[in-house]
Design a protein around this ligand. Sequence first.
Ligand SMILES: Nc1nc2c([nH]c(=O)n2[C@H]2C[C@H](O)[C@@H](COP(=O)(O)OP(=O)(O)OP(=O)(O)O)O2)c(=O)[nH]1
Ligand SMILES: [Mg+2]
Length: 319
Amino acid sequence: MAAVPEIHVAVGVIFRQGKVLIARRPEHVHQGGLLEFPGGKVEEGETVQQALVREIREETGLRIAPESLVPVIEVRHDYGDKRVFLDVWQTSSAEGEPEGREGQEIRWLDVRELTDVDFPVANRPIIRALRLPRQYAITGTVENEDAFVRRLQQSAECGGPELTLFRAPELSVEAYTRLAHRALEVCQATDAMLMLHGYPSLIEHLPQARGVHLPWREARQFATRPIADNYLLAVSCHNEGEIAHAVQLQADFITLGPVNPTPSHPGAHGMGWRRFRALVAASTVPVYALGGLSLTDIDEARGAGAQGIAGISFWWSDV
Ligand SMILES: Nc1nc2c([nH]c(=O)n2[C@H]2C[C@H](O)[C@@H](COP(=O)(O)OP(=O)(O)OP(=O)(O)O)O2)c(=O)[nH]1
Ligand SMILES: [Mg+2]
């Protein structure tokens, strides 16, 4: 049997006043009746940006400038009857008032209102990508618990990170849990999201956390998703095999690295942006670049298809 060809689909996430434009697919088409982001097949000889400008015009009447489009994520999915490559881009500068030009229902929704079951399954990583920030901040070594909490508070007061990983392998389980409670109080005051680092059952002791980040040695022990869907699951990955396993665990996002050599992992070689880009292309979940990066690397990471960058040094300095 001949392999089913992959269909290149241009998908547009149109933001206006903090909401995104969602349509309902007609009942009779592929994945019919479900919600979708406007878009459609990239035609022969068209760039993805040209396809988006055309599809969005045809389906909603909105006009978008191709240069306003920013990449969100690339998702490859096999529906069995169809294989799609969703090439997802966003813009906040569409002009005009949208209308369902193909008779479809359309509406503006907050990204927090988007639920997986309302969309085709291939959209799951798109919804994750839209909710996750560009920076995934990782905490540095804990030398003193009070100084650590003060450091977190100071960062929160100056509009600190939206998503933080509390990583402290140097602490005992008791000390980690105690300090995590304090860190969560700081985060709750500013609505920031805190990820726990270690193993899945941590979330039972600290249910206010946003989720759990598993180091690879922990993630490898599971065959299915080890935490409930209302939490975020993240996995540290370093190669194709680990990415495939994280996808199988239904991770919500992963970190991938080291991109550059880093002092925290002496002896580990950096994979460089070329290899990083190739690995991101193989991932169907959002990827943060990790390892010896600074804020100026965000564009490079985004250009390689990443959600953004993760790290300690770009935000955590000792006080
Ligand atoms: N537009 C869009 N398509 C999606 C999404 N998620 C998803 O799995 N798909 C799939 C469904 C379809 O198999 C394919 C896109 O097809 P489409 O029906 O939008 O294509 P089109 O606008 O060119 O339609 P047509 O002219 O072929 O009727 O991608 C999404 O969020 N938006
Ligand atoms: Mg379409």
